[in-house]
Ligand binder design. Structure first.
Ligand code: DAH
Length: 344
């Protein structure tokens, strides 16, 4: 066998091994790989010179070339592992792990502030002996209006800016619809509060939203009077705001109560002196109420000669805004974590 071709093969393997060992990264390694064992590499070039050998020498040299190729390939694999290990060493050396650092506490979720206010309000009434009733948000005209003594085509229906469904049902405009459901399903005496979402096609601003929440109250018993109503509302206000806060009743109108009233509390911002928030009056309206109209009792199968009752409805957002001195109702729906986290 030609000594010179074999020597060249041995030299090629030695060159390849030292070039691969010198490669500092994958790029350099791939370049060396192409130069030695690639299609246009020196090993292929050496193979092509097989013609220089005698027919007996050729298979022997062919085997030698294969052994050489395996040697180079093994060197490539070995050096690829070396380069990966070196890279890992470098990245570990650059990272300082301080095992004494305290862990980072995950952000804790919590109930939405409106939910907490609603619960607090409901709990005051639970303490006063009330049950909680719930009703559907998609409601019939009968429960939302008809049984509550809103005559057909009466302008009071327009006041509510009702969102209607195609099938004739509607999104309830107030929780008063659950008064009807409660009286149809239960015999007096009745003492319930009803928290829930209501809908009106209102334009959004600092104090209005097309979606908000109310807490409705209904008491039906024998000889219930306006004095019970006023005493109950005063008890609620004092307990909820955790101090004695004067209230006043102003005559008003609702189709489902007679007489009807709107209730103000002394302004929580100025203590009654008069400020921007209360329009200098010293009072802030928080709810509507009244004595259940006999026509409502009749629609709900309650005998108005035997029973009397009072009802009230207040906006939960409104109460929350007064309690926490929040100036814009939109904070409740934006769900900015910075706002929400004040309450948890
Ligand atoms: N449903 C009325 C509203 O949404 C509020 C209200 C007024 C409820 C008087 C009552 C009530 O129960 O007696 O504007």
């Amino acid at each position: 066998m030609s000594a010179s071709l074999n020597e060249e093969l041995a030299a090629l393997v030695a060159d390849a091994e030292s070039a691969l060992a010198a490669a500092a990264d994958d790029n350099a390694l791939n370049t060396a790989k192409a130069a030695f064992v690639g299609k246009g590499g020196s090993l292929t070039a050496l193979m092509k010179r097989m013609r220089e050998l005698s027919p007996e020498e050729r298979p022997v040299f062919g085997k030698a070339v294969n052994v050489a190729r395996e040697q180079v390939n093994a060197a490539i694999d070995g050096n690829r592992r070396r380069i990966a290990a070196e890279a890992q060493q470098r990245s570990l050396a650059g990272t300082q792990i301080d095992a004494t650092l305290p862990g980072r506490a995950p952000d804790r979720g919590g109930p939405h502030p409106l939910r907490m206010v609603e619960q607090d309000m409901v709990n005051v009434f639970r303490d006063l002996g009330y049950d909680v009733a719930l009703g559907p948000e998609v409601e019939s005209d009968f429960h939302n209006f008809g049984a509550l003594n809103f005559p057909d085509d009466h302008p009071a229906r327009d006041m509510h800016d009702t969102l209607k469904l195609e099938d004739g049902r509607l999104l309830r405009t107030h929780t008063s619809s659950v008064q009807v459901r409660t009286m149809l399903a239960n015999k007096p005496p009745i003492r319930v509060v009803v928290p829930g979402a209501v809908y009106r096609s209102d334009t959004v601003d600092a104090t209005h939203s097309p979606y908000f929440h109310q807490l409705e109250g209904l008491v039906v018993d024998r000889n219930i009077s306006m004095a019970h109503l006023k005493g109950t509302l005063q008890a609620f206000v004092d307990r909820y705001f955790q101090r004695s806060l004067p209230i006043r009743l102003r005559p008003s109108y609702f189709p489902f109560t007679e007489p009807s009233a709107e209730v103000d509390i002394q302004c929580v911002f100025c203590g009654g002196d008069g400020c921007r928030v209360c329009g200098k009056s010293g009072w802030i309206e928080i709810l509507g109420c009244g004595m259940v109209d006999p026509a409502v009792f009749e629609s709900c199968g309650v005998d108005p000669n035997e029973w009397s009752g009072f009802a009230f409805g207040m906006g939960i957002e409104r109460v929350a805004m007064l309690r926490y001195q929040i100036e814009d109702i939109r904070h409740f729906y934006d769900n900015d974590v910075r706002f929400l986290s004040h309450f948890s």
